[in-house]
Design a protein. Structure first.
Length: 498
């Protein structure tokens, strides 16, 4: 049995997976604490997240009630952009910056002016954007000088949890890729880039491949969780990489839509490609040896849908006020059918530079929150269709698409994705997929995550919907691009109505 600690943006999840039976035995999810008062929404507390992870692991061990001999190891999956600055004693010196935070816009210019935008992409497989780790690190150095000078190590979020479990400071390529500080071709930290920006490469830990043993579970962690002391702690991988692997299809070169809070789309390659062949897709090492990954991302589609779910019974002025209070823009200058811009269909450095707040267009007094939610679900699928089109532009035209993540718990959404994309969509039920990728990484056997055909749900496009969704997708992209032209960046947490 392998335990996977999955660190997402809203909760710490823990899953136990039986390698022999190829089945999840138990799973827990513990939300992070909500801080009281006025809190910067772009920050998180590393220690609070670690305490939450301990509670999730303890709940899991309590549900299992198994002897230590059943455990093979524990590994970590985590969102990929955040990092933690730690001092010589292993204590954080500052809060962490979340994925969605865009405060490092000026540092993006600093990076490109110092190194060159094309050279940056060729070296790291990632173009310049304030969401990625390198601009955020430069922002932290400038704005938190005491925290920077006190820090001896920069740990990616994955690394922080491996360190807290085992005491070992190590990093892993698929997890660290969106730090934008890796030399893609060499598989090392990007020393020429870091030198140019006066960031000491000595502050970054040793890179190890996913599945390697970092160390044994520390005694104090064992006491807090009920897991056995000394249990091997294995280096894990990026959350999207492991989510794709858990479907059982990613190694076939099939695009995987990880429809969670955001909507990344990944495809695994069995041989490396030059970044110049892949632009604007992001390129990284895969979780398993000799794998490479191409990726696009439609942004916070699932997060937008979650914000709308409590509003289904509202209408009129009450609905509009609720939307604005949740950070939505209500656009009243454009005459169009009800459309919710749920995700960004314009992938690349220019499209991301002008990422819009979630926007509701064509809202009328007769529309209910349920209508808005339905439009947002359609919008999420339109944005994903645009991401799949990015793959097609670099020559990848699959026979079918695989979907996973929280959105796939809704059969109507899966059917909608098939209707919108015009492609067969295959889904492995989340209960069957949970923990499979972590078990594959720990065991070193990718086949552990393989899937039986009889457990796969298949959704095919309904021909009667094809024309309407072609028109809807075209309208979605057109409206998004129109509004990008008068985009005004807003501080995190702000909302406005045009």
């Amino acid at each position: 049995m392998v335990v996977t600690l999955d660190i997402g943006g809203s909760a710490a999840k823990a899953t136990a997976y039986d390698i022999r039976e190829r089945a999840a035995l138990a799973s827990t999810a513990t939300p992070y604490p909500v801080a009281a008062g006025s809190v910067d929404p772009g920050l998180f507390d590393p220690n609070a997240w670690w305490s939450t992870a301990l509670r999730s692991l303890s709940s899991l061990a309590g549900e299992l009630d198994l002897s230590g001999g059943r455990y093979v190891g524990v590994t970590v999956s985590a969102i990929r952009i955040p990092f933690v600055l730690v001092d010589a004693g292993g204590c954080p010196t500052a809060p962490g910056l979340l994925n969605k935070d865009r405060r490092a816009v000026r540092q993006v210019r600093e990076v490109t002016e110092a190194f060159g935008a094309n050279a940056l992409y060729e070296l790291t497989g990632h173009w310049a954007a304030p969401e990625f780790g390198l601009p955020k690190l430069l922002w932290a150095r400038e704005n938190w000088p005491n925290a920077w000078s006190s820090a001896t190590t920069v740990l990616q979020l994955h690394d922080w949890f491996v360190f807290k479990l085992s005491g070992a400071k190590v990093s892993e390529p698929s997890s660290a890729a969106m730090s934008q500080m890796l030399d893609l071709a060499q598989g090392t930290w990007a020393e020429p880039l870091l030198d140019e920006l006066d960031v000491p490469v000595g502050r970054f830990p040793e890179l190890r491949r996913a599945g390697s043993v970092a160390g044994g579970l520390q005694i104090e962690v064992a006491h807090a969780t009920g897991l056995p002391a000394g249990l091997p702690v294995h280096v894990g991988a990026g959350d999207t990489h492991l989510s794709a692997l858990s479907t059982g299809f990613s190694r076939q070169g099939v695009p995987v839509v990880v429809a969670g809070t955001t909507a990344p789309v990944q495809v695994v390659l069995r041989s490396p490609r030059s970044p110049s062949e892949c632009f604007p897709l992001l390129l990284s090492a895969g979780a398993l040896v000799d794998e490479w990954v191409l990726e696009s991302n439609a942004g916070p589609t699932g997060g937008v849908v979650a914000e709308l779910a409590p509003l289904t019974k509202l209408s009129g002025e009450q609905l509009e006020q609720a939307l604005v209070s949740r950070g939505f823009v209500v656009e009243d200058r454009i005459d169009a059918p009800l459309t919710v811009l749920t995700g960004n269909p314009c992938f690349g450095p220019v499209g991301w530079e002008n990422t819009l707040a979630p926007t509701v267009i064509g809202l009328r007094g007769t529309d209910s929150g349920k209508d808005v939610l339905a439009a947002a679900l359609a919008g999420s699928c339109y944005a994903v269709k645009s991401m799949l089109s990015c793959l097609q532009e670099v020559g990848h035209r699959p026979a079918f698409v695989v979907a996973t993540g929280g959105m796939t718990a809704s059969a109507p959404w899966c059917q909608l994705l098939a209707d919108v994309t015009g492609q067969e969509v295959r889904v492995r039920p989340l209960g069957r997929a949970a923990g499979a990728a972590g078990a594959a990484v720990v065991s070193g056997d990718g086949a552990v995550a393989s899937v039986d055909n009889d457990e796969v749900l298949v959704y095919e496009q309904r021909s009667a919907t094809a024309g309407g969704h072609l028109e809807g997708h075209a309208r979605y992209e057109r409206l998004y691009k129109i509004l990008q032209h008068d985009y005004e960046p807003q501080p995190a947490g702000d909302a406005r109505a045009r």
